[in-house]
Design a protein around this ligand. Structure first.
Ligand code: OXD
Ligand code: MN
Length: 599
């Protein structure tokens, strides 16, 4: 089988992998429909997949992970650089030698009795100068079928690779699925990933967080581009002008919803075009602007809470050719369900662990038992999204006018504000944070700083990452403007002040207006007030037509509270301490400036 591989670098690597993993057989994936049918049939036989109702959900299948394997395991995720300092204080680190000795022993013979699937894949549109190639080996058919959706996988990737040695080497084995023997290792200096002991998407679809963020952020710094945890979306105004923005939010803060947003009825003529919902690779174009591609080919989205009101485009995307993981299965008619679904729950079904479940099942504390895991997922082709951008596969990417950072904050952060310039914008991104609300986790007010939403995904020292962002801005003659949004501000009674979802377009419209204004948008102009934290919209500059919101709530949404912000500066100081002397002086400068502005 390996003899058919013409690329000697690839063949040489795979020869070594086979010696280590000792699979019974090897299959090189070509990405064809026949291959998909064969593998699906095999997975149905072993129970790895369950066929769903093919009339209602054509081409859809169901999978359950092991119950101890339902999310990314950050504490078992390592950056293995030669020098510990290069991984920085926010990553787990192991030396490459230690990692290879310790985890190599777990890989030794891990595929005995199993088939090893070899998947060559492209991240980015085929033929894009910014695309990258990876090759992942795995012993999981579920992984192969997901990678077929999430990447451009198969013969076309080998063709694009030619005889180059420039590809990511990814090795995954389910191992024995034990948490004690689970490791997700990144060797950025060798463009290599090792993952063992897990079958959960974020740990095993090595194209996603591992390659497209951790390894790619490292490569991006070396090669002069950015790999970011950002959605990419085009906003078409009633005159047909499309403005593209990229936006970073911590995981589970609604990136997929924002990427597929439906404009409110009252904003006639607006259209939203999805380019990507999770990852942006951004390069500087010849015109000095920033251009973004979505390296992925599909969506791996969270399902609970998704319905025809919150995200109709996601619902329509996942009606066919979709893999559902860890949702509720109705064994009668082979349909699925999750908390927050439009339809009522099936009377009797199987929960995400395969146990009998009824909507009124209560736990020992008398609380309703959830049928779907809160991190249950759908994997669906991006091309099926009704609002997919006609430019989503443009080889050179789409030009980005604005970068938006956001967090979930009950207080402090206004609905939207603009940074004064690139340096200030980098500071705004570096101080991104989300608060856990009482409704969410029961620990109101607890803050987690998550710079640029990259805390779990930056493949090198985050202080260096801030420096790189600061330098990067100087290389663009026409850089995007940088904004911050917060859809989650609450009134004193704990009520949300802003309706969210499609109405978020009103704040984005202000962002777009600030980007496109003829006057100098580094000044307040007539649509913004300059405050101590940056430019905040004048209440009159936000489009509220057709929206029921009191002037009082609007004022509160835009208010910058001196005491809250002084406290915020203190919290940021605490967070920055871990970077010590490595923290760039520009970040310190911005921190001082903010304090001074607050008086
Ligand atoms: C994701 C995440 O799965 O950010 O996209 O965790
Ligand atoms: Mn993500």
């Amino acid at each position: 089988m390996l003899e058919s591989i013409a690329n000697q670098h690839l063949k040489g690597w795979l020869d070594g992998v086979v010696v280590l993993l000792k699979p019974d057989s090897v299959r090189l994936c070509d990405g064809s429909e026949t291959e998909k049918e064969e593998l699906t049939a095999q997975a149905l036989k072993t129970g790895e997949l369950v066929e769903l109702n093919q009339e209602k959900l054509p081409g859809c299948y169901y999978h359950r992970t092991a119950s101890n394997d339902v999310a990314r395991t950050e504490h078992l995720t390592f950056i293995c650089t030669t020098d510990r300092q290069n991984a920085g204080p926010t990553n787990n680190w192991m030396s490459p030698e230690d990692a290879k000795a310790k985890v190599g022993a777990l890989f030794d013979g891990a595929m005995k009795g199993r088939t090893m699937y070899i998947m060559p894949y492209v991240m980015g549109p085929i033929g894009s100068p910014y695309a990258k190639i990876g090759v992942e080996v795995t012993d999981s058919i579920y992984v192969v079928l997901n990678m077929r959706i999430m990447t451009r996988m198969g013969a076309k990737a080998l063709e694009m690779l030619g005889d180059s040695n420039n590809f990511n080497r990814g090795m995954h084995s389910k191992g024995d699925l034990s948490v004690d023997r689970r490791f997700i290792l990144h060797f950025p200096e060798e463009n290599t990933i090792w993952s063992i002991g897990s079958g959960y998407g974020g740990n095993v679809l090595l194209s996603k967080k591992c390659l497209s963020l951790r390894i790619a952020s490292f490569l991006g710094r070396k090669e002069g581009w950015l790999a970011e945890h950002m959605l990419i979306v085009g906003i078409e105004d009633p005159n047909g002008k499309v403005t593209y923005v990229a936006a970073a939010f911590p995981s589970a803060c609604g990136k997929t919803n924002l990427a597929m947003m439906v404009p409110p009825e009252s904003m006639k003529g607006y259209k939203i075009w999805t380019v990507g919902d999770d990852i942006a690779w951004m390069n500087i174009g010849k015109d000095g602007r920033l251009y973004a591609i979505n390296p992925e080919n599909g969506f791996f989205g969270v399902v609970p809470g998704t319905n025809m009101k919150t995200n109709p485009n996601a619902m329509l995307t996942m009606q066919k050719n979709t893999i559902y993981t860890n949702v509720v299965l109705n064994p009668e008619d082979k349909t699925i369900w999750w908390e927050g679904h439009d339809e009522s729950a099936p009377e009797k079904a199987l929960d995400w662990q395969g146990n009998e479940w009824m909507p009124e099942t209560l736990d020992a504390d008398g609380k309703k038992v959830k049928g779907a895991h809160p991190n249950s997922r759908f994997t669906a082709p991006a091309s099926q999204c009704p609002c997919i951008s006609p430019n989503w596969e443009a080889p050179e990417g789409v030009p980005i006018s604005a970068i938006i950072f956001g967090g979930r904050r009950a207080k402090t952060a206004p609905l939207v504000y603009q940074s004064r310039d690139w340096q200030h914008g980098v500071y705004v991104g570096a101080t991104m944070a989300s608060e856990r609300t009482a409704a969410q986790y029961g620990k109101q007010g607890e803050l987690r700083y998550d710079p640029m939403a990259m805390l779990p995904f930056c493949g090198y020292n985050m202080a260096e990452y801030f420096k790189y962002w600061l330098e990067f801005g100087k290389r663009m003659t026409n850089p995007p403007k940088i904004f911050h949004v917060n859809w989650f501000r609450q009134g004193d009674g704990g009520n949300f002040l802003w309706p969210g979802f499609g109405e978020n377009l009103r704040a984005i419209e202000w962002v777009v207006n600030r980007c496109n204004m003829a006057a100098d948008s580094t000044k307040s102009g007539d649509n913004a007030d300059e405050t101590s934290i940056g430019f905040v919209p004048k209440a009159s500059a936000l489009n509220t037509s057709g929206l029921e919101i009191s002037q009082e709530n609007l004022a509160e949404l835009l208010r910058v509270d001196k005491e809250e912000w002084l406290q915020e500066v203190e919290n940021r100081n605490e967070f920055f301490k871990q970077f010590g002397e490595d923290l760039p002086k520009e970040i310190k400068e911005e921190q001082e400036k903010l304090k001074k502005n607050l008086g």
